[in-house]
Design a protein around this ligand. Structure first.
Ligand code: IPM
Ligand code: MG
Length: 353
C-alpha cells in the first residue's frame, strides 16, 4: 500500500502527523504500508514557486492513495492566481482525474450538542454528499477578468459534458444502493441550461437503477431543506460548485467541520483523501486542531482504495470510544468534557485502536 502524504499548509502538518502515527501502528500490526512525503499548496510555492510541483505529481501518480492535510494561508492571497495554494489542490484533482468526491456527514451521538441545530433535528444524521470534482464552473473556459467597453468584466463558464454527468451519476447510484437506496440530485434547472442537462442525464442513468428512489431538488431549496429537515436526505449528488457549498453546510449539522473526512476517487478507486476543513492558519502550530477528520480520512482510504474494511472499522471504533470517553478538542468542547490538543487526541485514538 503506497501512500503519499501531502501535509500542505497551516494545520496540515499537525493533523497528517497524527494520521501517520495511526498508519505506523497499523503497520506494526502487519498492514503493509509504505509512506512517501511531498509538498503541495503554499509550502510547495515557498520551495518550488509552484503549488503542484512536478515531483509531487510524480509521487501522486506512483502512489495507490494520497493523504492530504490542507492548503492555503493569508500570506499567499496576493500571489497571482496560478501560484495560489488552492490551485495545487485543484491541479492534483484534475491531473489524477479524481472526479468523484464523497463527503459523508455523520453525527456522532456524543456530539449532538455541538451542532447549532436542535439535537432532535440532527440526532442520528447520516448523509453522503457525492460531489462532482473535476468539471463545472471550477474548470470551465472561457474564464477571466478583462476590460470591455471601458469597464472590467469578470466571467466564468459553467459547463458539463453528458459523459461527466453520467459517470458521477453512476457513482452516486451505486453509493445509494449500498445505503438506503435513496438518491436526491441537486441542480438549478429552472435557470441554468447546464443543469437542465444534468437533470436529463441523471434521469437517463436512473433507468439502470430501478431499485433506487431518485428525486430532484433545486439547489436553493436543498440549502434550506438541509437546515429544516436534514434527515430527509440519504445520498445527495450534485455538481462541483453546489457540492462545495452544500457540503460545508452539511458539515455544521454534525457540529464541527473538524470531524468530516472525504474521499476523491478516480475510476480505478485510486483516491485522494482529505479532511473537508481548511488550513486554519489562525490556530496552526498551536496543537489546537482537531485531527479526527484526518484520521477518519485514513479509514475512508482503507475502505475505498484498499478494501480493508476491518482495519477501517478499527479506526472508526477508536474514534467513537475516544468521544464516548469525553475527549474533545477545542472545536467540539463542552462543559464537563476533557479538553485535549491535537497530539493528545492522536494519543487517545492510538490507545483505543
Ligand atoms: C473544498 C475547498 C476547495 C474547493 C478550495 C480550497 C479550492 O473549499 O475542498 O471544498 O472549493 O473545492
Ligand atoms: Mg469547500
Amino acid at each position: 500500500m503506497k501512500i503519499a502524504i501531502l501535509p500542505g499548509d497551516g494545520i496540515g502538518p499537525e493533523i497528517t502527523q497524527q494520521a501517520e502515527r495511526i498508519l505506523m501502528a497499523l503497520a506494526h500490526d502487519g498492514l503493509k504500508v509504505e509512506l512517501a512525503h511531498g509538498l503541495i499548496g503554499g509550502s510547495a510555492v515557498d520551495k518550488h514557486n509552484d503549488p503542484f510541483p512536478e515531483a509531487t505529481r510524480r509521487l501522486a501518480e506512483e502512489a495507490d492513495a494520497i493523504l492530504l492535510g490542507a492548503v492555503g494561508g493569508p500570506q499567499y492571497d496576493q500571489l497571482p492566481r496560478e501560484k495560489r495554494p488552492e490551485q495545487g489542490l485543484l491541479a492534483i484533482r484534475k491531473a489524477l482525474n479524481f472526479f468523484a468526491n464523497l463527503r459523508p456527514a455523520q453525527l456522532y451521538p456524543e456530539l449532538a450538542n455541538a451542532s447549532t441545530l436542535k439535537p432532535e433535528v440532527v440526532a442520528n444524521l447520516d448523509i453522503l454528499i457525492v460531489r462532482e470534482l473535476t468539471g463545472d464552473i471550477y474548470f470551465g473556459t472561457p474564464r477571466g477578468i478583462e476590460v470591455r467597453d471601458g469597464q472590467r468584466v469578470g466571467f466564468n463558464t459553467m459547463v458539463y459534458t453528458e459523459s461527466e454527468i453520467r459517470r458521477i451519476a453512476h457513482v452516486a447510484f451505486q453509493a445509494a444502493r449500498k445505503r438506503s437506496s435513496k438518491l436526491c440530485s441537486v441542480d438549478k434547472m429552472n435557470v441554468l441550461e447546464c443543469t437542465q442537462l444534468w437533470r436529463n442525464v441523471v434521469e437517463e442513468v436512473a433507468k439502470e437503477y430501478p431499485d433506487v428512489a431518485l428525486s430532484h431538488m433545486l439547489v436553493d431549496n436543498a440549502a434550506m431543506q438541509l437546515i429544516r429537515n436534514p434527515k430527509q436526505f440519504d445520498v445527495i449528488v450534485t455538481g462541483n460548485m453546489f457540492g462545495d457549498i452544500l457540503s460545508d453546510e452539511a458539515s455544521m449539522l454534525t457540529g464541527s467541520i473538524g470531524m468530516l473526512p472525504s474521499a476523491s476517487l478516480n475510476e480505478f478507486n485510486k483516491g485522494l483523501y482529505e479532511p473537508i476543513h481548511g488550513s486554519a492558519p489562525d490556530i496552526a502550530g498551536k496543537n489546537l486542531a482537531n485531527p479526527l477528520a484526518t484520521l477518519l480520512s485514513v479509514s475512508m482510504m482503507l475502505r475505498y482504495t484498499f478494501n480493508q474494511d476491518a482495519t477501517a472499522l478499527r479506526i472508526e471504533n477508536a474514534v467513537k470510544k475516544v468521544l464516548a470517553s469525553g475527549y474533545r478538542t477545542a472545536d467540539i468542547f463542552e462543559q464537563g468534557m476533557i479538553k485535549v490538543g491535537t497530539a493528545e487526541m492522536g494519543d487517545a485514538v492510538l490507545a483505543n485502536l
